[in-house]
Design a protein. Structure first.
Length: 197
């Protein structure tokens, strides 16, 4: 089962491969990772923060279009509103406001779903598409569930790798699957969900 941290994967793919919008196809990417490992793919779950229209009309519309398309394709999508932290700075005697977007609750929701679905025996392998080290906490929980249920449960972290990647490390205590640009680019979504100008 796939667990996509949509923003995290996008940020790392942008750094590693130069993609400037989240143009990967979650189903294609998950199928390719499973095929490379000899696994049978089942459900794809996707998690993302969505910006407020007042902060970014383009990205708000993009995610509205993208989420609808993913749901139609059978992907289970969980969204959270992006929060904004505003800080005032004085630069050359001029007051400036710097806005920092922050995703809240996505990693917690992913972790809770992994634990819940492992307890319900919904997967043998959880494939996490994120490099958020906060998700390392879920690994021990799943190992304990594996012992309780007397069955093997794997956790794999799939992530972009390459000379420009900001990190070539997966989530600690998971099995790592590095996706190079050739592998990743074979799984792009040809549709552009950005609103027409």
């Amino acid at each position: 089962m796939a667990f996509f941290d949509g923003q995290n994967l996008y940020q790392h793919a942008m750094a590693a491969f130069g993609h400037y919008h989240p143009n990967y196809d979650p189903i294609k990417l998950h199928n390719a990772v499973c095929e490379a490992n000899g696994w049978t793919p089942n459900l794809v779950r996707f998690y993302t923060g969505v910006p407020d229209r007042s902060e970014s009309q383009m990205w708000s519309a993009y995610w509205s279009n993208r989420v609808l398309a993913m749901k139609r394709a059978g992907i289970v999508v969980t969204t959270r509103p992006i929060r904004y932290r505003k800080e005032k700075f004085i630069v050359d005697g001029t007051s400036q406001i710097h806005t920092t977007p922050q995703e809240k609750g996505i990693d917690v929701r992913i972790a809770l779903d992994i634990v819940s679905l492992a307890r319900k025996r919904q997967f043998n392998v959880a494939v996490i598409y994120s490099q958020d080290q906060d998700l390392a906490e879920v690994v021990q929980e799943v190992r304990e569930i594996s012992i309780e249920q007397d069955r093997w449960i794997g956790i794999c972290c799939a992530f972009p790798v390459g000379p420009h990647a900001t990190s070539n490390r997966g989530i600690d205590r998971t099995d790592w699957f590095g996706m190079d640009q050739t592998f990743y680019d074979a799984c792009l979504d040809p549709r552009d969900y950005r609103p027409k100008r």
